[in-house]
Design a protein around this ligand. Structure first.
Ligand code: F6P
Length: 361
């Protein structure tokens, strides 16, 4: 297909925590941009760090072939935040200048960034600095404003659900309460959805500060009704009403003084309050590893090819997004500096309650 776009050469990077579907998205962008639009592609290693240090290489079709099903990212990732000053001697502007220099030295017409809230926020700031940027929404947390779903979420949901399924049989055998902690520091999408999919008896998310007394009442009622075990699904950012009323600094200290993570803290609180034997399981990075689900492959590929279409149309400063059942895009300022939380009136909260799940209230 003949193209008359200004965009002939672009850079692509993945930043922030990895997730299943990143390689599928890279393949989607690169195949369409190369095969359909004849563009040249520069792969940037390890997120924004690769732009600061000029760690880059030209990507050829063989580089983005055979990667659809692979977990992780062929480009590598980092949590480098170029706009955040590292210490008083190192100004953020040094890194931003380095990025701008690399961008122009490489002759890039655009930068494609695959990442979460932080990455798309950095992308937006870079576009204000005069760079052409297109963002893609990835994260297992599903917490990016402007898209109805992020790729990575569906795969992590499947992994979390399988873990909850497996915990049921061991909890039942031992008549125990098992607390499972899933990722999601600020938003509880993953814990909420996996909790509903796995039939969790209690689901605790950061958006609904929990009352330990209400949890204990629910677990004791289950025990009295003859259910000798319970599964408690918690997001890593879940907090009690008391924690929610603390200042950020005070809460941070309280947390570091009270166990290695939320799951362990809540398991201890439940055991102390109810006297029931309670164990904790923290799923951790298993949720981010491995092959993407079919649904994430499809979403990542569609978002990737849509990003290539934006490149061909010279439409910059956008993040591709799932809007209802359609693939579209939003201004990069839409996700900037935001976290998409689970709204209090979200149907899934009511769904959970309707099947008898305690949401900690
Ligand atoms: O990718 C997002 C996320 O999974 C969050 O849920 C979690 O808080 C964070 O990454 C942890 O990642 P890391 O340890 O790599 O910084």
């Amino acid at each position: 297909m003949a193209i008359h776009s200004v965009t002939k050469r672009f850079g692509i990077l993945t930043a922030g925590g990895d997730c299943p579907g990143l390689n599928a998205a890279i393949r989607g962008v690169c195949r369409a941009a190369h095969d359909r639009y004849g563009m040249e592609i520069i792969g940037i290693a390890n997120g924004f760090r690769g732009l600061i240090n000029e760690d880059t290489k030209i990507l050829h079709p063989e580089d983005f072939s055979g990667i659809l099903t692979r977990g992780g990212t062929i480009l590598g990732s980092s949590r480098e935040k170029p706009f955040a000053p590292v210490d008083k001697d190192e100004l953020a502007s040094t890194k931003v200048s380095a990025i701008k220099e690399t961008y122009s030295r490489l002759g890039l017409d655009c930068l494609v960034v695959l990442g979460g809230n932080g990455t798309n926020t950095t992308g937006c700031k870079l576009s204000r600095e005069g760079l052409n940027v297109i963002g893609l929404p990835k994260t297992i947390d599903n917490d990016i404003a402007g898209t109805d779903r992020t790729f990575g979420f569906h795969s992590a949901l499947a992994i979390g659900t399988e873990a909850i399924d497996r915990l049921h049989s061991t909890a039942q055998s031992h008549s125990r309460i098992i607390v499972i902690e899933l990722m999601g520091n600020k938003a509880g999408w993953l814990a909420l959805y996996a909790g509903v999919a796995g039939g969790g008896d209690v689901i605790l998310i950061p958006e609904i500060p929990y009352d330990l007394k209400a949890i204990a009442r629910h677990l004791e009622k289950r025990a009295k009704s003859g259910k000798t075990f319970s599964i408690v699904v918690v997001a890593e950012g879940a907090m009690s009403i008391e924690e929610a009323s603390m200042e950020k600094k005070e809460r941070k200290k309280y947390r570091s003084d009270n166990g290695p993570s939320t799951g362990y803290r809540i398991a201890r609180e439940i055991e102390e309050k109810t006297g029931m034997e309670t164990r904790a399981t923290v799923l951790g990075y298993v949720q981010r590893g491995g092959i993407p689900s079919a649904s994430d492959r499809v979403l990542a590929t569609s978002l990737g090819t849509a990003a290539a279409d934006l490149l061909a149309a010279d439409k910059y400063g956008r993040m591709v997004a799932l809007l209802g059942n359609e693939i579209g895009s939003v201004d990069l300022s839409v996700p900037e500096g935001k976290v998409k939380n689970v709204p209090a009136d979200h149907f899934m909260i009511d769904t959970a309650k309707a099947v008898g799940t305690c949401m900690g209230e």
